[in-house]
Design a protein around this ligand. Sequence first.
Ligand code: ADE
Length: 238
Amino acid sequence: MIMRIDILTLFPEIALAPLNESIIKRAQAAGIVEIYAHNLRDWALSKHRKADDTLCGGGPGMLLKPEPLFAAIEELRGPDTKVILMTPQGTVFRQSVACELSQEGHLLLVCGHYEGVDQRVIDELIDVELSIGDYVLTNGAIAAAVVADAIVRLLPGALGDEMSSVDESFRDPHLLEAPAYTKPAEFRGLHVPEVLLSGHHAKIMAWQKEQAMQRTKVNRPDLWEKFQQEKFQQEKGE
Ligand code: ADE
């Protein structure tokens, strides 16, 4: 089954630009995924095709109006579509969420703009609210491109044999990757760690694990905490 992704936004070019290059472009050409972006303004029927309005109850900024969003989503969704709103108020998008969503047949990514969307749209039409991180973008189309990219690269065949994403699922989700080196073995007096040139598989694995733990401890104390908890649980269970 070919996956289909529709993106509903005021800025279709922003959403599509990163998806029409390189790996995701090839995935589309290979018939692994179909990606379409739609301009929300096409469903705005007022004289000036206005898609946004001021906040009820006052406050700064503008909100996307319900009428165009209802019309567009009702037209673009099918019986099995997962309708996702990109918003900083959503649950956090992680690799595990990308894996789950890569099993779906049809995704409709709805992009907020300005202060967001009218709550009635969320209550009636949205299945999942997703945030790509704890920061505010000007435009949900950027977030939609991030989400689409992370999902499409997981589809079978998208990365090609030489870069399969299958290996990733064997990695510890609570550890960052170890430092990596390529040739030459010496560059400007900087040496690739001896162990990586030793050909000793077990030693290399042990070194990588140690380095991954060090890096996680320093860069991601939140993940390190989870890693230790998991290890503790495993040891207790043994
Ligand atoms: N729109 C604005 N900021 C966002 C974020 N962090 N994630 C998803 N959509 C957004």
